[in-house]
Design a protein. Structure first.
Length: 108
């Protein structure tokens, strides 16, 4: 027996895909400990997974389009990495130095 057999997927919330208000973004950053917190970029993978699951479960191409748009934006960032002083192909929310420090046995 499948866990969700017979259940219909819920539609996406009305606010899905909208940019949060600046005040909401500031409150969220404060709750997470500020912009210096080491969770930068962590939610992007969750967003992509959520979009993939939503598309797979609903068949709604809007979810796939949002995922493609996000991946294209990430690819644009990756292409711009050398001009910003990063290694070609580098894509992360963290500077490369963080990983170099970790590989050397230090803390980021």
């Amino acid at each position: 027996m499948r866990l969700l057999e017979g259940r219909r997927p819920r539609p996406a919330p009305a606010h899905f895909g909208r940019t949060p208000r600046p005040a909401l973004r500031r409150r969220t950053l404060r709750r997470l400990g500020g912009a210096g917190r080491q969770l930068r970029g962590h939610t992007t993978g969750h967003l992509l997974s959520g979009l993939a699951f939503a598309h797979a479960n609903t068949g709604d191409d809007a979810y796939a389009a949002k995922a493609r748009h996000l991946v294209a934006a990430l690819a644009e960032c990756q292409r711009a990495a050398p001009a910003a002083g990063f290694t070609a192909g580098y894509l992360s929310a963290f500077p490369e130095k963080v990983f170099a420090d970790l590989e050397a046995g230090g803390k980021p």
